[in-house]
Design a protein around this ligand. Sequence first.
Ligand code: ZN
Length: 207
Amino acid sequence: MAEAATQSNAVPYITAWSAEQYARYEVVAHPAGGIAYRDEVPHDRDADGILWARMTLGRGRGRPDFGRVHTGRQRRAMRALLCQVCGGPASRTGDGVLWLLKDDRADWPGWPEGMAATHPPVCLGCADTAARRCPHLRGGCVAVREREFGTHGVYGGRYRPAAPSPRAVTDVIAGVDDPRARWILATQLVRVLRDCSFVDLRLSRAA
Ligand SMILES: [Zn+2]
């Protein structure tokens, strides 16, 4: 039972360590529109043609920085629906995959239907740890199971045309099919939550 084997003091899988930093890069205009790296290689883009930020690998080296996520591990966890804490498979039942969300039920009727989630799901064994340790969940969170998870988007820095090279203007979320996505240097993979139901896990409250 991998879900029961999680250490309570483990550093979450997606947390970036101090040895893990964004690599130096130079963004240029892409001939077909949008942005590119001056020294771009095929590995820099995903199957949707999205350009991804380069981050060095050094998990476990230096100190964990709980306020930052590692781009590569966040993307892998979100794509494969892995637990953001232990990196094993997220909890999945007939009601769907398990997510912990900051409690924003007041935001709109039917929340979180249609919400763009940037934090990957969790397994049952790690749900309590995530509720206590994730900075964005402090102040209260809810557990949700989600049956449909087809829609992808990306979060990252949006660029606009400028001379001599495109300039970053703001951080945005856009669907991978959105024409704006070609202007984004992606740092996190996003999933739009659909067909959600609330579950009562009796989670600890964050201190
Ligand atoms: Zn886990």
